[in-house]
Design a protein around this ligand. Structure first.
Ligand code: ADP
Ligand code: MG
Length: 710
């Protein structure tokens, strides 16, 4: 099968990125230029403080947006939102009003719409008689032009106000962590008025030729190859082809980078290969809501630009067995409106205590809510990556690096250090000198799912295809919860007569001690760690349905309700949707597997086997030795028999499960009785046949053809 070629030549609009950066965004600069000062001020307040935009202000903004959009040749607008399908959604409306004979865009159309939303997942929230949902403008994320359409970032909620999307709870979780973190900051600095989570998303992806992609029904239907033998396993393969990026892929990267810059997405692509055919793109970090919108938009953009280059981007976590999987590293930190990164050690001893407070609270949060955090990254596709032989394990642990780890150990040990009046407490506790050491610190652990990396935490277990809002909402909530507890515990100490500083240190010591089990500095991929983690009592939830069981825990519902992020009804709906998605994915893969095996692999193998039979008979007729041919004929028969047997048994298992009304049981059944029971067995036989059957006849494009783009 020949690979396609791209005739696209990529030329940036200008040699200076700053000439076109953000040109497709109605951002602060454009707003300032086109809005009356009083209106501009109101928008800024809405962005900074979340205040409401009144109808007349909305009218003026809409009018300015329309003028700007029309000047760029844009004819349609849409509310752009992130339903729980995992992709983005939009419904286009024309600016043109045929009755009036001119272009119109009302303030009300900017602020709110009612898309026909009955086809989006709702987990039972929308009953059939009330299928409406509505979208509402999120002014904190800028309006942009994509694909000749004006896109307005919005939240998506049911008519009764329940969240049906990723953005709504994310925004609420930002408020939860903001209010808790402000209070903690004020123990150290009275001037802090706002704390925002920041996020930098490193996105890994595979690129393959579009024509080859189209020949693989498994890739088209499920995003991954359900069959395919890796010709030269692992390292060997990598060493051989490492380093050089094909021109076609480089052109693609340059092209989407230009478009991303026009959209104000601060990307810098990494021109390196991680695995054969695998690449990475990382933007500069931004305020978390924007960063997530930008990541979702970037994925859409890459998809679209790839078309032009006759390429296909794969965001699946494990498109190729035996080859590295893809993740989406979520680099997360907390930054105050006074410009302090709370995870940045500083030269001021007082700020260092603040730094340690936030680090310790985060570690404690991961310890206390490890299962919930694990559930936030659970999906059918990520299951192929987590807990497989590479990629972060499904065991949640925190890596701090030896320096910070010993700072925490010291602090815990020095529990009995007496602090007298006039003492330099920071010196005595050994926390006045953290900065130089940590910034020098180059020890990095790539095998930890949750690592401190100098001035931020990096959550690496997030799947490459996931919407980061899911895990980031959970992270914000669990840290908010821990900060609240910390405040209470400090209060108790202060009320018992302790000096504030001492009270803080005492609470930190306790938290360090309590959460010690979650800290791990070694090789997260090793079997020893799995054993050690089990001894420590840490969970190792390898499958999505098992990971999602945490949602039955009443405490989880209370946690989300307490921080006003999701009410029990919304949480329950999400749980159902995640289970539903899981079942659908496994079901599709199982069907594709059956189809490919029965309709492609078996007939082709029989064809080849018949040739061998002819050959064997011919040899026998000539009185020659035909044992080799007969051996192969037998081997083929053996694999064909097992494929036949397993595919039919798998289909039967699906049939039985589809009668199961309990969705949890159905999901677990799909995991154990379909996926675990048959996927590997069928694949093993098919991949063996791939090695035996004539290459000319084999019906599926092979790994070596897909992974090395020409
Ligand atoms: P790695 O070493 O893991 O490849 P980098 O150091 O290149 O990662 O940075 C990864 C991401 O972290 C980038 O998107 C970067 O902008 C982001 N990042 C840097 N500082 C912060 C921060 N304070 N908060 C959030 N993200 C950050
Ligand atoms: Mg990283």
């Amino acid at each position: 099968m020949a690979q396609g070629r791209s005739k696209v030549t990529v030329t940036p609009p200008s040699s200076k990125i700053s000439d076109y950066y953000g040109s497709n965004v109605f951002g602060t600069k454009q707003m300032k230029e086109s809005l009356a000062p009083s209106v501009f001020k109101k928008v800024m307040e809405a962005i900074d403080k979340g205040s409401k935009i009144d109808p007349s202000t909305a009218e003026e903004i809409a009018s300015a947006v329309k003028v700007w959009a029309l000047s760029k040749g844009v004819t349609h607008y849409t509310h752009w939102f992130q339903p729980l399908t995992g992709s983005t959604a939009e419904k286009h409306d024309s600016f043109f009003d045929a009755h009036a004979g001119l272009e119109k865009f009302k303030g009300s159309a900017l602020v709110q719409q009612e898309p026909d939303a009955s086809s989006f997942p709702h987990g039972g929230i929308r009953s059939t008689f009330e299928a409406r949902g509505y979208t509402a403008w999120d002014p904190s994320s800028p309006i942009f032009i994509f694909d000749k359409t004006l896109c307005i970032p919005t939240i998506f909620v049911s008519f009764t106000g329940e969240a049906l999307d990723y953005k709504t709870p994310l925004l609420k979780s930002m408020e939860a962590i903001n209010s808790a973190a402000i209070e903690v900051c004020q123990l150290f600095d009275r001037n802090v008025r706002k704390v925002s989570p920041s996020l930098g998303v490193e996105q890994e992806y595979f690129v393959i030729d579009k024509a080859l992609f189209a020949t693989r029904p498994d890739l088209v239907m499920s995003g991954r190859t359900v069959f395919g033998h890796n010709p030269a396993r692992g390292q060997q393969l990598e060493d051989h082809y490492f380093g050089s990026i094909p021109t076609r892929v480089k052109d693609f990267m340059m092209d989407f980078e230009i478009e991303a810059h026009k959209l104000g997405i601060p990307v810098s692509t990494r021109h390196n290969e991680v695995a054969p055919g695998q690449f990475e793109v990382a933007p500069l970090f931004e305020e978390i809501n924007k960063a997530i919108d930008h990541n979702q938009l970037l994925m859409d953009l890459m998809d679209k630009v790839a078309e032009k280059h006759n390429l296909k981007v794969l965001f699946h976590e494990k498109p190729f067995a035996g080859v590295n999987g893809s993740g989406k590293h979520n680099n997360w930190s907390l930054i105050t409106d006074t410009g302090v990164n709370l995870f940045q050690p500083s030269s001021s001893a007082r700020e260092n205590l603040q730094f340690l407070t936030f680090v310790v609270a985060t570690v404690k949060a991961v310890y206390d809510h490890a299962d919930l955090l694990r559930s936030s990254i659970a999906s059918a596709s990520n299951d192929f990556r987590l807990g497989a032989n590479e990629a972060p394990p499904a065991i949640m642990s925190v890596f701090l690096g030896s320096t910070l780890s010993s700072v925490l150990d010291e602090l815990e040990k020095n529990g009995n250090v007496k602090i007298e009046k006039g003492d330099n407490m920071y010196m005595k506790l050994g926390i006045s000198k953290i900065p130089e050491i940590i910034l020098d610190n180059t020890d990095r652990n790539r095998t930890s799912p949750f690592a401190f990396t100098g001035n931020k935490f990096e959550f690496r277990a997030v799947g490459s295809g996931a919407n980061s809002a899911g895990p980031m909402t959970v992270l914000n909530v669990i840290v908010a919860e821990t900060l609240r507890n910390l405040l209470k515990d400090i209060d108790k100490e202060v009320n018992a007569g302790k000096e504030k500083k001492i009270a803080i240190v005492n609470v930190l010591r306790k938290y360090i001690k309590d959460s010690k089990k979650i800290r791990f500095e070694g090789d997260g991929y090793s079997d020893e760690w799995a054993k050690e983690a089990e001894k420590r009592g840490l969970s190792n939830l390898k499958s999505t349905p098992a990971a999602l069981d945490i949602y039955h825990d009443k405490k989880v519902a209370e946690l989300f309700a307490k921080h006003n992020v999701l009410n029990p009804k919304e949480l329950h709906a999400r749980h159902e949707i995640m289970l539903e998605n899981y079942i659908k994915k496994v079901q599709i893969e199982s069907r594709v597997m059956g189809d490919l095996a029965l309709n492609h692999v078996i007939p082709t193998s029989i064809l080849y086997q018949n040739k061998l039979i002819e050959n064997a008979n011919g040899l026998a007729g000539l009185g020659l030795d035909n044992t080799a041919a007969i051996e192969t004929i037998k081997e083929i028969s053996k694999h064909l028999e097992s494929i036949n047997k397993y595919v039919h048994a798998m289909t039967e298992a699906r049939k039985q499960l589809n009668k199961e009304d309990d969705i949890v049981k159905r999901a677990k059944g799909y995991c154990n009785d379909v996926k675990e029971a048959y996927f590997d067995k069928i694949r093993y036989a098919v991949d063996k046949l791939e090695l035996v059957v004539d290459d000319e006849l084999w019906p599926l494009v092979k790994y070596r053809e897909m992974l090395f783009i020409k």
